[in-house]
Design a protein around this ligand. Structure first.
Ligand SMILES: Nc1ncnc2c1ncn2[C@@H]1O[C@H](COP(=O)(O)OP(=O)(O)O)[C@@H](O)[C@H]1O
Ligand SMILES: [Mg+2]
Length: 201
């Protein structure tokens, strides 16, 4: 028995976390067990690494390595066992975020991320990745009213533009699993699109 692995991606403020309850409800209504988790984090150790990653300044390659260290733990103790028992795993961010943030926006060579990806999860990829896409101004505006910013959320518009471009490029390179959700619409309209994508999984 194998479950399915769903990941949510997109810039800070795009609306990923907002739609998690919708996805959980849609799957549970079909009698499916859902494990909802997030990166960085997802485990006790991962959450401690998350604190460091979101609030401490460090070399960008240190950041990349810690992301994959947290991910290794996350896969071993949460994701793989859940998929093996037939549950659906919903993760708020996964490896595409490392390509977008540490590589696309902060300049780590993509080939280094690929090496770590091969090491840590050569035989695991999401079955579905919902990319919440919004113009940079919209995400900045939403963040400004939503919460006090972490290290990444304090970056400038150029940084966010590189994130968006890198994500769109990831979607283009992996069309079978990516669905781009136009998140620059009302909450109701975005919710409908999310439900449509989940319903065919
Ligand atoms: N479609 C939308 N229209 C208006 N505001 C939204 C929309 N989606 C999300 N928001 C708001 O934007 C903020 C950031 O949303 P959130 O889900 O936390 O984004 P993310 O998890 O992608 O960083 C929240 O205050 C949320 O209520
Ligand atoms: Mg979020």
């Amino acid at each position: 028995m194998t479950g399915k692995f769903i990941t949510l991606e997109g810039m800070d403020g795009a609306g990923k976390s907002t739609h998690i309850p919708t996805i959980i409800a849609a799957l549970q209504a079909r009698g499916i067990e859902v494990v909802s988790t997030r990166e960085p984090g997802g485990t006790a150790l991962g959450e401690r690494l998350r604190e460091l990653l979101l609030h401490e300044n460090m070399h960008v390659e240190t950041e990349t390595l810690l992301m994959f260290a947290a991910r290794r733990e996350h896969i071993a103790s949460i994701i793989a066992p859940a998929l093996a028992r037939g549950a659906y795993v919903l993760s708020d961010r996964f490896t595409d975020a490392t390509y977008a943030y540490q590589s696309g926006a902060k300049g780590v060579a993509a080939v280094k991320v690929e090496l770590l990806e091969q090491w840590v999860h050569a035989d695991l990829q999401p079955d579905l990745t919902l990319l919440f896409d919004v113009p940079v101004e919209v995400s900045i505006q939403r963040l400004a009213t939503a919460r006090s910013p972490d290290k990444f959320e304090r970056e400038d518009a150029g940084f966010f533009m590189r994130i968006r471009q890198a994500y769109l490029q990831r979607a283009q390179q992996n069309p079978a699993r990516f669905r781009i959700i136009d998140a620059n619409r009302s909450l109701e309209d975005v919710k409908k699109s999310v439900e449509d994508e989940i319903s065919i999984l």
